[in-house]
Write a protein of this length. Structure first.
Length: 557
């Protein structure tokens, strides 16, 4: 059975090598197969290979039997070595499990040590925080005592000032009453003078009494403020004590005295001292627990070291066994190679004869397959060429139609461009006419302004009674006088037609209205011109865009 497996393996390897040689020689053999003489030569060569393969089979058969015996002996020795290595491996696995358990114990001990260290840190932090809160509480208690003392002092000062101020006020009122009585009943100027001095003295006493009362009120207010501040400081100190108790209760929940402090049964310095004692004792207990955890970690590491030494001894034994197994595997491999070489030689001749017989049939099948593939590819190429020709004709017809449409659009856009140019020309002509009208109106307005100014001068001269003097001065320039009178007469006649020839104001209003009408007409004409100009520019830009599109289309075609 083992021999059969080896023979099968040798046959597979030989097939692989022979297939590679066939692929290497396929090009030259295909060239020879194209000629009848080449095919006959190939057939003769394959027959010679079959005869040589039979001779090799008869020679290599006994050698294959001997190599098979060597292979079986080497394989049995290798199996025994592997069994021994398997036993040592099982022992090593057991020891590795024990090592993992010990390592887990060490990690647990380290974790306990870390927990204990954290507990110590937490207790120390709690103690520090409690000490800080106790310090703040004592500080606020001391402030409260000082503020109470200062409030009592201020109250005493207020009382000390209040009594003399009340006596002064009473004396001033009495003196005031006496002075008023003397002023009312006495007719002596000296007595009234003395009474007035007494009134001033009474007023001075009243002012001093008022100042004393105000100072007493300030002292009382200061005392009240100090007492309020003392109450706030007492409240803050109590809150600090409660906070310290709360912080300590988080790490020491089993202490009943902390609950009493939170419930208000224990207060003041006793509560602070109780909190500090509890936190100090907790720190000591945590440090003791940390020491025990460190001892446990040390013992666990020592036990882990013993198991590690045992595993090291087994590793050395396993290395030695692996070296022996390696040597045995080399022997098995050498025997297998010898047996495989013999089987390969035995089977190579058989494969060569089989391949020589099948090669002729393969050559014929290849020729038929090539001819059929060439025929199918020729038909497919003909069909593809016909389809491409049909698609090309359709694309050409579509492009011709699209080109005709684009030519029509181009002609239409050119016509629109000419129309816009004609409109622009008409607009320019119209704009020049409007400008001429505006210029004429402006000239007329200037003439009317000159007439108005001369009329104003004429009316002003006539109203002031200076017409004679002006007439005498104008007799020296006769031509200017006639022109002036004609323009003034025209202005007066225009004022008469308006129904107010006796009013200079109405004449000015008439001229102002005419000026406003002319300015409005001029502004309207300018606005119309600007609108037409904007429309012309928009039309020209639109035509430019259309021409750009037409140019792009023509460049694409």
């Amino acid at each position: 059975m083992a021999r059969g497996r080896l023979i099968g393996l040798a046959v597979a390897i030989a097939c692989t090598c022979f297939a590679g040689s066939l692929l290497f020689r396929s090009a030259s053999e295909s060239e020879l197969a194209e000629k009848p003489q080449g095919r006959k030569a190939m057939l003769a060569a394959e027959q010679k290979q079959v005869s040589l393969a039979e001779k090799l089979i008869s020679k290599e058969g006994p050698i294959a039997d001997q190599t098979e015996d060597k292979y079986v002996a080497a394989k049995s020795r290798l199996a025994s070595l592997r069994s021994k290595l398997r036993d040592d491996t099982n022992v090593a696995k057991h020891l590795s499990i024990v090592e993992k358990q010990r390592a887990a114990g060490v990690s647990d001990a380290i974790s306990d040590r870390k927990s204990a260290a954290l507990a110590v840190t937490s207790q120390e932090a709690t103690l520090k925080k409690a000490e800080s809160l106790a310090k703040d509480a004592r500080h606020y208690q001391r402030l409260a005592r000082n503020e109470r003392s200062s409030s009592e002092t201020a109250e005493a000062q207020g009382l000390a000032l209040q009594k003399p101020a009340a006596a002064l006020l009473k004396d001033s009122q009495k003196l005031n009453d006496q002075s008023n009585l003397v002023l009312d009943q006495s007719h002596s100027s000296q007595a009234k003078a003395l009474a007035s001095l007494d009134l001033k003295l009474a007023q001075s006493l009243a002012d001093r009494a008022a100042k004393g009362m105000a100072r007493a009120k300030q002292d009382f207010a200061s005392a009240i403020d100090d007492r309020k501040t003392a109450l706030k400081d007492d409240e803050v100190a109590s809150n600090r004590v409660m906070e310290a108790a709360k912080v300590s209760l988080q790490t020491n929940p089993e202490q009943s005295s902390l609950l009493r402090i939170q419930q208000g049964q224990l207060t003041g310095s006793k509560a602070l001292q109780s909190i500090l004692n509890i936190d100090t004792n907790s720190v000591g207990a945590a440090q003791e627990k940390l020491g025990e955890s460190r001892k446990q970690v040390k013992l666990a590491k020592e036990s882990e070291g013993d198991v590690a030494r045992q595993i090291l001894v087994l590793d050395k034994e396993a290395k030695a066994l692996r070296a022996e197994i390696g040597a045995a595997e080399k022997e098995v491999l050498a025997a297998a190679k010898e047996h495989l070489l013999a089987a390969r030689k035995y089977k190579s001749a058989t494969l060569k004869s089989i391949s020589a017989q099948s090669k002729i049939e393969a050559m014929r099948e290849d020729e038929v397959r090539k001819l059929r593939s060439e025929l199918a590819s020729t038909k497919q190429s003909k069909e593809d060429a016909g389809q491409r020709y049909t698609r090309a004709l359709q694309k050409i017809a579509k492009l011709n139609g699209h080109q005709t449409i684009m030519k029509v659009q181009i002609a239409r856009l050119k016509l629109q461009l000419k129309e816009e140019e004609m409109r622009a020309h008409d607009y320019k002509a119209k704009n020049s006419k409007d400008q001429e009208v505006i210029n004429n109106m402006q000239a007329q307005l200037d003439r009317e302004d000159a007439d108005l100014n001369e009329a104003k001068l004429k009316i002003a001269d006539s109203s002031l009674g200076l017409a004679g003097g002006r007439g005498a001065s104008r007799r020296s320039s006769r031509g200017r006088e006639d022109d002036y009178h004609s323009r003034a007469q025209a202005t007066i006649e225009a004022a008469k037609r308006a129904g107010s020839h006796h009013s200079y104001r109405n004449t000015l209003d008439l001229q102002r209205r005419r000026d406003d009408e002319l300015s409005r007409e001029e502004q309207a004409a300018r606005r119309r011109a600007e609108r037409e100009e904007r429309k012309l520019k928009e039309a020209q830009s639109e035509v430019s865009r259309q021409l750009a599109k037409v140019t792009d289309v023509e460049s694409n075609f």
